[in-house]
Design a protein around this ligand. Structure first.
Ligand code: GTP
Ligand code: MG
Length: 221
């Protein structure tokens, strides 16, 4: 089995306070409601490891949903870096969603500060997994985010989410495949080579094995 077990270790807002055991880690980041928690659950095959919600940003109120005692640290803090320990050898890191319009301005500023610090200074960060919703056209904030990561040479993998969602052509909607192609064209100007990318769905588990394989290849690199 690729996955033997997972549990939450630590929730904090400072790069310096993150686990110091040197294990490699992958950080999931993306616009609020992109499907981050769902993907995390799908990856570790535990339905409630990270709390999901229909309301964008709602899960930030308690970003570590499995067990309120374990997550007491996180309660009251709406912005956290959450480390999930996997197989006692590496971490999945859940970061709060960006672009949540109703978040107080100061929280947004704070988010930028600590996550940017994390991206630039976390030496065990193997790759950022930037989640992009493939069921809708590219959003400006996603392009800005991708370009920031590219310009700062943060290693990145693009994870397209919600690839199971089909749009009605007659309503002008595009299929996930078309949105993926559009997004890649739009970001190609920020990168010498388009970053690796994987199409996923937390509903069908599409891409799950590909993500795990990709992560294990990067860890052994
Ligand atoms: P925040 O924590 O609020 O920033 O959101 P999030 O990025 O963690 O998103 P979450 O996983 O809570 O999912 C948001 C909504 O999208 C929920 O209603 C999910 O059921 C739905 N969703 C997530 N992934 C998929 C997917 O692959 N396919 C479909 N069809 N819906 C999905
Ligand atoms: Mg979430």
């Amino acid at each position: 089995r690729i996955l033997r077990g997972s549990n939450i270790v630590l929730s904090n807002v400072e790069t310096e306070a993150c686990p110091a055991d040197g294990w490699p880690e992958f950080a999931l980041v993306g616009r609020s409601n992109v499907g981050k928690s769902s993907l995390l659950n799908s990856i570790v095959k535990r339905k409630k490891l990270a709390l999901t919600s229909k309301k964008p940003g709602a899960s930030r109120l308690r970003p570590l949903g499995i067990n309120s005692e374990e997550h007491a640290l996180a309660v009251g803090k709406t912005q956290c870096i959450n480390h999930f320990r996997i197989n006692d050898s590496w971490y999945l890191v859940d970061l709060p969603g960006y672009g949540y319009a109703s978040a107080p301005h100061e929280l947004k500023t704070d988010w930028n500060k600590f996550t940017k610090d994390y991206f630039l200074n976390r030496s065990t960060l193997v790759s950022v997994f930037l989640l992009i919703d493939a069921s809708i056209p590219a959003k400006k904030i996603d392009l800005e985010y991708a370009s920031w990561l590219g310009q700062n040479q943060v290693p990145m993998t693009i994870i397209f989410t919600k690839c199971d969602k089909r749009k009605k052509k007659k309503n002008g909607g595009k299929h996930p495949e078309e949105n993926v192609q559009d997004f890649q064209e739009l970001i190609s100007e920020y990168f010498e080579a388009v970053p690796p990318w994987i199409m996923t769905s937390s509903v069908t588990n599409q891409g799950r094995d590909e993500i795990l394989l990709h992560m294990s290849q990067l860890r052994n690199y």
